[in-house]
Design a protein around this ligand. Structure first.
Ligand code: HEC
Ligand code: HEC
Length: 186
């Protein structure tokens, strides 16, 4: 059996140039194939991170089912700062929490987007954070303790924390059960 790669190099080396050319074309094809394969995997449904649920389970109708998949919408309602520190993974936030719009707000229930969380540090510096689709807000910026917190919707203050606080782990105090309960935007 003869080799399929028989070629004769001309005195000018043109045969070698042709081989080198087709090798780099092959490499280009591999480079474009790999990202496409990753996109196909991601959209195949094996990476679902949320699901629709009854409003009696989560008032928002959406629950996080992605476990620790890294996402700004991961584990709404849970203590972001505490878990990232314990696992030594995920970003180091100074402030993180979740705003809810209704009563059924257990851990992993999505909260309310479109709310501005306005914090004013002990030094008078204001920090405004927008809630994302999960109702979650966070920052790595320093906020001088103790800080005040209020919720703003369409330019109006809809809720305000009466006592200034020093921990930035809002969801650590604002649990679904007991007092003070979740951070609620009426
Ligand atoms: C039970 C543990 C746990 C909780 C609770 C948790 N996280 Fe994470 N988070 C992780 C881990 C672990 C990673 C790293 C995942 C990885 O690298 O694959 C991570 C990564 C992230 C990332 C990815 C950063 C990047 O590199 O892209 C973001 C953003 C994030 N978390 C936000 C949050 C927010 C906001 C909350 C709270 C509402 C939260 N997490 C709650 C465990 C947690
Ligand atoms: C150490 C516990 C603690 C921490 C941390 C904490 N809170 Fe509170 N929060 C409370 C308590 C207790 C109340 C009810 C009494 C009051 O208003 O001071 C409250 C009330 C509120 C209210 C008014 C009631 C409501 O739900 O609308 C808002 C808004 C609020 N907190 C936002 C925040 C935000 C935002 C953070 C994080 C930046 C935060 N809280 C961190 C304990 C805490």
């Amino acid at each position: 059996m003869g080799s399929p790669f028989i070629f004769t190099s001309g005195p000018d080396g043109s045969g070698l140039a042709k081989i080198a050319g087709s090798l780099s074309a092959m490499r280009r094809r591999i480079r474009t194939f790999v990202p496409l394969a990753l996109v196909a995997l991601a959209s195949a449904g094996c990476g679902e991170t949320t699901k629709s649920v009854a409003t009696s389970e989560c008032s928002s109708g959406t629950r996080w089912i992605g476990d620790d998949a890294e996402s700004p919408e991961m584990h709404p309602g849970m203590d972001c700062i505490g878990c990232h520190a314990a696992k030594g993974e995920g970003p180091r936030f100074t402030i993180a929490g979740t705003v809810y719009g209704g009563p059924n707000a257990g851990d992993d229930c999505f909260g309310l987007g479109g709310i501005t969380v306005r914090l004013v540090g002990a030094d008078g510096v204001a920090t405004e954070l927008a809630t994302n689709g999960a109702g979650t807000f966070f920052t790595g910026r320093a906020v001088k303790a103790p800080y005040t917190a209020e919720l703003v919707r369409a330019g109006s203050v809809v809720a305000k924390m009466q006592t200034p606080q020093s921990s930035g782990a809002c969801n650590g105090c604002h649990r679904p059960e007991g007092t003070p309960g979740r951070i609620l935007a009426p």
